[in-house]
Design a protein around this ligand. Structure first.
Ligand code: KIV
Ligand code: NA
Length: 274
C-alpha cells in the first residue's frame, strides 16, 4: 500500500530520468515486469497480440477491464494505466466518462489512455476535471488504421509534423499527465518533447522523449506476426517455447515422461520380519 508510483510522480519526471514503460496484459507478466518499470500499460494492442485480431478495433471495454484488473493484481510498484478501447469514448465526454469510470472502479488502475489530438482535448479535460488521470496518444494512432490506410509513421510532411505537434500540445493543455508519441519522425518527436510541459513517452519516436514504451511480447520475441522497425528484441522466448514443446512431445511419445518422480507411487509393503 502506498508504494505504487503515482500520477504526479510520473508527471514530475518531465525532463528527468527516462520513464521506463512496458505493456502488460496478464498477472504473471505484470509480476515479472513490475520491479523493473515505472509504468505498466494495459494496451489495447492485446487484441492483436493475445487474441489474434488484425487490428485493435474489436477490443471491448469488458476485455480491457478483465486484463486491467489482472495487471493491477500482479503489480505493486508500477503505475498501471489502461487503454480505452475503440468505441468506448469517441462519442462524447459523457460516454468517455462512463467508460473510464468503469475502468477505474473495476480495475484499480491509476489512469486511462485514449488516442486522439485536438478533437479529443475536450474529453481529456472533462475526465481530468472529474478525477480521472488521462494519458494522451498522438502520432500513429492504431484505432484510426482504416482512415490512415495502414500502420505508417507520421510527421514526414510539414503538414503532418504540424498536426502531431498541435495534437500533443492540445491534449497536454487539456490536462493529460503524459502523452504517448507513436510512429513519428524522430526530429518531430524530439521537438514535441521540447514543446509540451508533460512527459512524452515514445514508441517509434525519439530517444529525446521523456520515456520509452514497447509491447512486452515484441521485446521478448513472443509475437512475430510482424516486427516493426521500432522494436528491439531482448529475448527469443517464442523460439524457446517451441523447443520446449518439441522436447515434451518427444518425451511423451517415447514414454520418458512421466518419470517415477512425477508419479504418485504406492508405499512399498512392509517386509516380513523387517
Ligand atoms: O496498445 C498499446 O500497447 C499501446 C502502446 C504501444 C503505446 O498503445
Ligand atoms: Na493502444
Amino acid at each position: 500500500r502506498g508504494k505504487r508510483i503515482s500520477i504526479p510522480q510520473i508527471r514530475g519526471r518531465k525532463g528527468g530520468d527516462p520513464l521506463v514503460c512496458l505493456t502488460a496484459y496478464t498477472t504473471p507478466m505484470a509480476r515479472q515486469l513490475d520491479p523493473h518499470v515505472d509504468l505498466l500499460l494495459v494496451g489495447d494492442s492485446l487484441g492483436m497480440v493475445l487474441y489474434g485480431f488484425g487490428s485493435t478495433l474489436p477490443v471491448t471495454l469488458e476485455m480491457m477491464i478483465a486484463h486491467g484488473a489482472a495487471v493491477v493484481r500482479g503489480s505493486e510498484r508500477a503505475c498501471v494505466i489502461v487503454d480505452m478501447p475503440f468505441g468506448s469514448y469517441e462519442e462524447s465526454p459523457l460516454q468517455a466518462f462512463r467508460s473510464a469510470a468503469r475502468i477505474m472502479s473495476e480495475t484499480g488502475a491509476s489512469g486511462v489512455k485514449l488516442e486522439g489530438g485536438a478533437e479529443m482535448a475536450e474529453t481529456v479535460r472533462f475526465l481530468t476535471q472529474r478525477g480521472i488521470p488521462v494519458c494522451g496518444h498522438v502520432g500513429l494512432m492504431p484505432q484510426a488504421v482504416n482512415l490512415a490506410g495502414g500502420f505508417r509513421a507520421t510527421g514526414r510532411s510539414e503538414e503532418e509534423a504540424r498536426r502531431v505537434m498541435q495534437d500533443a500540445q492540445a491534449v497536454a493543455e487539456a490536462g493529460a499527465f503524459a502523452v504517448v508519441v507513436e510512429g513519428t519522425l524522430e526530429p518531430v518527436a524530439a521537438a514535441i518533447t521540447a514543446a509540451v510541459p508533460v512527459p512524452t513517452i515514445g514508441i517509434g519516436a525519439s530517444p529525446a522523449c521523456d520515456g520509452q514504451i514497447l509491447v512486452a511480447e515484441d521485446v521478448f520475441g513472443l509475437f512475430s506476426d510482424f516486427k516493426p522497425r521500432f522494436v528491439k528484441r531482448y529475448a527469443e522466448l517464442g523460439a524457446q517455447i517451441a523447443a520446449a514443446a518439441a522436447a515434451y512431445a518427444e518425451d511423451v511419445r517415447a514414454r520418458r515422461f512421466p518419470a517415477p518422480e512425477h508419479c504418485f507411487l504406492p508405499k512399498p509393503a512392509p517386509r516380513a520380519g523387517g
